[in-house]
Unconditional design. Sequence first.
Length: 102
Amino acid sequence: MLIDGDDIATDAAGQPIPIYDRAVISQDITHALREAGVLTELIAERSTEMRRHYMKKIKVVVETDPRVIPGSSTVTETTPGNLQITADTEFGKIDLAVVQEQ
């Protein structure tokens, strides 16, 4: 089921919207990152060295998912607080944009 924010997304008939394969993996990784709390630590950190450390932690969380091919993930900070995360999975490449809310 598609989760939008913290709620189950529904269609016009009020039925949960199903998702499959890469979309499920992307959603699971997004939730794992939220639960790990590493994104909050990264946003609060100003030290370049510590930011690199937290980005490595993010990569570890991503690659902990058994559907992600080990060593295939990348974490890039596109702008301060905004990340682009990619990884290869058994279903193909996933691409996540993590945006810091203002």
